[in-house]
Write a protein of this length. Structure first.
Length: 280
C-alpha cells in the first residue's frame, strides 16, 4: 500500500478506541482488493463528538464506524438515517457522499449473519434476549426481520424492556404480540420454551460476574450466543452441556463486512477479514 494524494481515509470513532480490532481486518480487506485506503482509530472525547463528525466532511474522510459510547448520540449529526437506524435508534456506520453523511446500523446484520453459522433458519424460532441496551435493539431488529416466532426480552429493570417494546411498536404494529418483557428472575421459568439464548449485556466480561441465571438449566437443544469477545462463563457452561454456542467475534466480523461493502460498493473478502480478526 502506498500513501499518496489518492489514499482514501476510513476510520472508527470511539472512547476509548485503542483496543478496537476493526483496523486490523478492514486494512486486510483493503490490501486484498488492492484498494488505496487506510483505516484509522480516532479516539474522540465525548464533548468533541459533533466536531469529529463534522470533520468527516471537512477532511473528506470516506466513512467511519461509530462505537461505544456514541452510537445513539451520533444520530443528531448526520444528514440521513437508514431504515434500520430509525427503528433501532443507533448507528455504527457513516458513509460520506461528497459531504452528505448517511448513517447505517450494520450490527443487526452482523448478529444475524453470525447466528446463521449456527442456525441456518431463524424463522419461527423462540428467542431469549438478555439486556435492553443499544446492542439488544439491533439484535431484536435482526430477529424480527428474519421472522422469529417469539422473543422473551429480559432485563434487570423490566421497564427498560417494556420501553423497548413500545419503541418497536412505533414501526411494527403487532410487535407486542411477539416480544414479551420479563425480569431476570423469570429467565429460569422461560428457558424450556426457547430455542436460542442471546446475552447482549456486559455480564461475563469479568470473571467474577454473577451469573445471569442458573446456567445448569441449559439444555443441549439450546443455541447460545454471547456478544462479548471471549468465552464467558455462560459459553463455557453451554459448551459443557453440549449446546451450540458462539461468542461476539462473528457479529463483529460481519458488521464490519457490511460496513466495508456500504463504503466501497465492493464484495468484501470475508475469509481474509476473518483470518485477520482471529490472528490480530
Amino acid at each position: 500500500m502506498k500513501l499518496n494524494g489518492e489514499t482514501a481515509v476510513y476510520g472508527i470513532f470511539g472512547y476509548p478506541v485503542k483496543h478496537s480490532k476493526s483496523p486490523t481486518f478492514q486494512t486486510a480487506a483493503f490490501l486484498q482488493l488492492g484498494l488505496n485506503a487506510v483505516y484509522i482509530p480516532f479516539q474522540v472525547k465525548p464533548e468533541n463528538l459533533q466536531k469529529a463528525i463534522e470533520s468527516i466532511k471537512i477532511l473528506d474522510i470516506k466513512g467511519v464506524n461509530i462505537t461505544i459510547p456514541f452510537k445513539e448520540e451520533s444520530l443528531k449529526y448526520v444528514d440521513e438515517l437508514s431504515e434500520e437506524v430509525r427503528v433501532v435508534g443507533a448507528l455504527n456506520t457513516i458513509k460520506n457522499l461528497d459531504g452528505y453523511l448517511i448513517g447505517y446500523n450494520t450490527d443487526y446484520h452482523g448478529f444475524v449473519k453470525g447466528l446463521k453459522e449456527l442456525e441456518e433458519k431463524i424463522e419461527g424460532k423462540r428467542v431469549l434476549v438478555i439486556g435492553a441496551g443499544g446492542a439488544s435493539k439491533a439484535v431484536i431488529y435482526g430477529l424480527l426481520k428474519d421472522g422469529v416466532d417469539k422473543i422473551y426480552l429480559s432485563n434487570r429493570t423490566v421497564q427498560r424492556a417494556v420501553d423497548t417494546v413500545q419503541k418497536f411498536k412505533e414501526h411494527y404494529r403487532l410487535v407486542d404480540k411477539i416480544i414479551n418483557p420479563i425480569g431476570l428472575e423469570e429467565i429460569n421459568r422461560v428457558l424450556e420454551y426457547v430455542d436460542i439464548i442471546v446475552n447482549t449485556t456486559s455480564v461475563g466480561l469479568k470473571d467474577n460476574d454473577s451469573p445471569l441465571f442458573d446456567y445448569r438449566k441449559l439444555k443441549p437443544h439450546h443455541t447460545v450466543v454471547d456478544i462479548i469477545y471471549k468465552k464467558t462463563e455462560l459459553l463455557q457452561k453451554a459448551e459443557a452441556i453440549g449446546c451450540k454456542y458462539q461468542d461476539g467475534y462473528p457479529m463483529l466480523l460481519y458488521q464490519g463486512v457490511r460496513s466495508f461493502e456500504i463504503w466501497t460498493g465492493r464484495e468484501a473478502p470475508v475469509e481474509v477479514m476473518r483470518q485477520a480478526l482471529l490472528s490480530g
